[in-house]
Design a protein around this ligand. Structure first.
Ligand code: G3I
Length: 343
């Protein structure tokens, strides 16, 4: 066997080894099938780099989920790093993975006060308004053709904890109308996609969710094309507020879809067995709250403790997902299965 062939065989072998082991199938019925039986699209945030590098991760994601949310790949700083220069590569990788597994994609996120490119800061109000409209037209238009991006988080985290509108370059330079403008631009680019407003820390009834309610009610009254409200549910061992379901129900009563969009339950590291059991109970409550309002979708913000923003951004915290770093199920995985399967 020639040297060239030997080198090729060695390179293929290294590539397979780097991809890691095949995934051990998880026990019980897959989450997507359990959700589908109850009209809930069960999904997870994913990272294109990990999908490419880890065969086990990719296989588990395909086995367990009906929907993917690109954790960062469709954010403005990634897909339009310079004005007018679009890079859909990273987002397309997530879309391609979804296509090959028969999944849909939640587009995340068009307008956010974070992870936008620096060149926006150089624009005055008129140019920023035009750039925002063009960005949404190009991004939503690009993914409309994919046939799998059927939902968008159009605006993300626009309400502050105190109940005011969150300070951002968009609010400062465009005024509150930037919210309706983003929805109108997204609808113009895709007549069918479901358009969501997505919020963090708005699970309980209080100043933040009351203002979100007023914003959404105002959009509906003005016939702005909004279809749904996303509650992110980044939780911890403090658990869910007791009025979470009642809170979501009032938004549903406006004629909107409800989604849980970024569920995770962060733990102090290292978690005890009792912590893991409490985490499981909280995940079970998240699923039951979703079912109580007949939510359209339930998305986890990551599926393995080794790929979670919690441990990357919150010192001393982590272990926030359903699988450990070796993709083995934690008590939270079984709790989500039981809660989805329960009556
Ligand atoms: O891509 C760069 C890489 O080139 C560089 O070497 C590396 C180190 O600086 O940073 C990489 O970018 C990181 C990016 O994730 C991609 O991994 C950013 O620093 C990091 O800040 C960014 O964190 C993301 C965070 O949003 C940004 O605020 C998290 O992964 C992501 O899970 C998190 O997700 C948000 C949702 O979009 C909205 N809701 C809240 C949620 C948590 O903040």
């Amino acid at each position: 066997m020639g040297v060239g062939v030997l080198i090729l065989v060695a390179l293929v072998g290294i590539a397979i080894l780097r991809q890691g082991p095949q995934a051990t199938p998880l026990p019980g019925e897959p989450l997507n099938q359990l959700g589908q039986a109850r009209g809930i699209v069960v999904g997870t945030a994913v990272r294109s780099q990990v999908l490419k590098a880890k065969r086990g991760y990719r296989e588990l994601i395909a086995q367990q989920f009906a929907s993917l949310t690109p954790e960062n790949e469709m954010k403005w700083e990634i897909n339009e790093p310079q004005q007018g220069e679009f890079d859909f590569g990273p987002g397309d990788e997530v879309v391609d993975a979804a296509k090959s597994a028969g999944q849909v994609v939640r587009g995340h996120t068009l307008i956010w006060h974070a992870q936008y490119p620096g060149w926006l800061k150089e624009l005055g109000p008129k140019r920023l308004a035009a750039a925002t409209k063009e960005h949404i037209a190009q991004v939503v238009g690009h993914y409309r053709g994919s046939g799998v991006v059927n939902v968008w988080d159009v605006v993300n985290e626009v309400v502050a904890d105190d109940g005011g509108l969150r300070e951002s370059i968009f609010l400062r330079r465009l005024g509150p109308g930037f919210i309706a403008g983003a929805f109108n631009a997204a609808r113009a680019a895709d007549p069918k996609a479901k358009l969501y407003i997505n919020e963090i820390g708005a699970e309980s009834i209080g100043p933040k969710s009351n203002r979100l309610y007023e914003v959404v009610r105002g959009l509906k009254a003005a016939k702005v094309p909004i279809d749904g409200v996303g509650f992110q549910v980044h939780s911890n061992l403090g658990g869910l507020p007791g009025d979470f379901v009642a809170n979501m129900q009032r938004f549903k009563a406006l004629g909107l879809d409800i989604a849980i969009t970024e569920a995770d339950v962060g733990l102090k590291l290292p978690p005890s067995e009792a912590d893991l059991r409490r985490q499981a109970r909280i995940y079970g409550r998240i699923v039951r709250a979703c079912k109580a309002v007949k939510c359209a979708s339930l998305t986890l913000w990551g599926f393995s403790d080794g790929h979670s923003w919690i441990s990357e951004t919150q010192a001393g915290m982590g272990a926030a997902t359903l699988l450990d770093e070796q993709f083995q199920p934690k008590p939270a995985f079984r709790a989500v299965q039981r809660a989805l399967a329960g009556s």
